[in-house]
Design a protein around this ligand. Sequence first.
Ligand SMILES: *[C@@H]1O[C@H](CO)[C@@H](O)[C@H](O)[C@H]1NC(C)=O
Ligand SMILES: *[C@@H]1O[C@H](CO)[C@@H](O)[C@H](O)[C@H]1NC(C)=O
Ligand SMILES: *[C@@H]1O[C@H](CO)[C@@H](O)[C@H](O)[C@H]1NC(C)=O
Length: 188
Amino acid sequence: MAATLVRLITVAAAAAGVLGHAVVKVPTPRGSGSAYTERCGETYAVYMEKDKAGPIENGVKQAGSALGCNAFLCRGYQYEDNTATDYTAGQVIDFHVDLIAGHHPGYANVSVVDLATNKVIGDPLRSWDDYPNATATTPRSDINFNVTIPSTLGEACSTGGKCAIQWYWYASGNKQTYESCVDFYVTA
Ligand SMILES: *[C@@H]1O[C@H](CO)[C@@H](O)[C@H](O)[C@H]1NC(C)=O
Ligand SMILES: *[C@@H]1O[C@H](CO)[C@@H](O)[C@H](O)[C@H]1NC(C)=O
Ligand SMILES: *[C@@H]1O[C@H](CO)[C@@H](O)[C@H](O)[C@H]1NC(C)=O
């Protein structure tokens, strides 16, 4: 009886806890590793790895002054733990976002980010004023979409570690940020 009750509460808490969570699944986004744990700190890294789709703010709060990285750039994940994919200008890249049910209204965008300066390069590749799309029907264009690699990046993204495509969702209602980065470089 007690065990059943505990299980029910756990299930309910898990269901409530995942509302509004999301993470990019395709292409494979930047992930964790030793550089990440070292820079961001053990508390942040361990907490964030428990739910790879969870909001950044929760990990920042957990870590407090022990946070040693910019958690709001690529969710704190480090290039050193990852590899960049070679894309060509004009290439169309399919994305899939794993959006875990729940409507937490906000806005989203997908941009090429200069990793050294944490500045967006050029215009966003995609942006949504209202995200997730409350009236979406299958196939959903807010979680399955593509981006085109700009032909204007020049030398800015010529080697791995200079640029990432960052998917960004800010759920303004509960003030939670979700990010996934795809490391890439462009060859002509
Ligand atoms: C995408 O959203 C972030 C967070 O608000 C914002 O800083 C950035 O300017 C947005 N990008 C564009 C190009 O709108
Ligand atoms: C939201 O989804 C509906 C239904 O699929 C679609 O018609 C509409 O264009 C979508 N809105 C945006 C901003 O993509
Ligand atoms: C990219 O997405 C658009 C819809 O936004 C679609 O019309 C187009 O066919 C897609 N391109 C590729 C190459 O999948």
